[in-house]
Design a protein around this ligand. Structure first.
Ligand SMILES: C[S@@+](CC[C@H](N)C(=O)[O-])C[C@H]1O[C@@H](n2cnc3c(N)ncnc32)[C@H](O)[C@@H]1O
Length: 249
């Protein structure tokens, strides 16, 4: 399988870095071993760029539903929780698959970092599969609610809320239940923030174990890909889906 990447960038025009060709380049992905998966195209490199009708593409941070659909097809859960649903991408996938999905967000009054909300609004319900696509700290701002993780002022404050969120989700899993978190590293004025690393650290602290390989999701269509920067850096063109599971007691 191949993916394409335009290598033309107006920033290089007239410089010694100007690419020699204006043709798209293609990288060959490694062959995947044949196995019994119901979704054999679901590998550690996720590059599906198909437009889909799940969620709302105009919503900031919308993630597209194909990866969620593939994961649900693979794990075949009986019910799903999406505690940071944004435009409802996961809920739309579940609707298509006729799967019960509890879809919540701070926008609708559910604070996914607060254990009391799980008690009050979910009555302590347990789930086979949790899909979570949290804010990449303050990369994009979502609501004006001070409990919104994207509104936290400092990294320690973000990590405190994020840790509580991961603990709450771990508590809400059935034994052997799966918890998929889509997260990206983040870079801003305070430097490089390895949010993927922190996610794993917090998940392990919450008593979860990693179920399988990281899934590197190619960030096709990211708004930053269309920008021109004067500074020099190594662009991050992916985010990472990590799948954790609850160890049965
Ligand atoms: C990356 S977006 C999710 C986008 C979604 N995957 C989609 O496709 O539309 C992150 C979401 O987390 C929500 N959020 C931030 N802090 C929250 C909190 N404490 N509790 C619940 N939701 C929160 C934001 O409102 C935002 O909708």
């Amino acid at each position: 399988m191949t993916f394409s990447s335009a290598i033309v960038n107006p920033h290089y025009a007239g410089t010694r870095h100007q690419p020699r060709t204006k043709q798209a380049v293609y990288a060959r992905l490694p062959d995947a071993p044949i196995n019994g998966s119901p979704v054999p195209h679901l590998t550690s490199l996720y590059h599906n760029n198909d437009r889909d009708a799940y969620g709302d593409r105009r919503y900031p941070g919308n993630c597209g539903g194909m990866l969620i659909r593939d994961l649900i097809t693979y794990f075949s859960p009986g019910n799903v929780l999406d505690p940071m649903t944004g435009s409802g991408t996961c809920a739309d996938v579940c609707k298509e698959l006729s799967l019960p999905c509890t879809s919540l967000d701070i926008r609708y009054g559910f604070d996914a970092t607060d254990p009391a909300c799980y008690e009050k609004q979910l009555n302590g319900a347990k789930f086979d599969f949790i899909w979570a696509h949290p804010p990449y700290w303050r990369q994009k701002l979502y609501t004006v609610n001070s409990r919104d993780l994207s509104r936290t002022d400092s990294l320690p404050e973000f990590l405190e809320g994020y840790a509580s969120f991961i603990r709450c989700c771990a508590e809400s899993l059935q034994p052997n239940g799966k918890f998929a978190i889509l997260m990206g590293d983040y870079n801003d004025r305070s430097g490089f923030i390895p949010l993927v690393h922190y996610t794993k650290e917090l998940a392990f602290k919450a008593g979860l174990r990693q179920h399988c390989t990281d899934i590197i999701r190619f960030s096709h269509g990211a708004s930053s890909s269309r920008k021109v920067y004067r500074s020099s850096f190594i662009p991050g063109l992916h985010d990472v889906c990590m799948i954790f599971e609850k160890i049965p007691q």
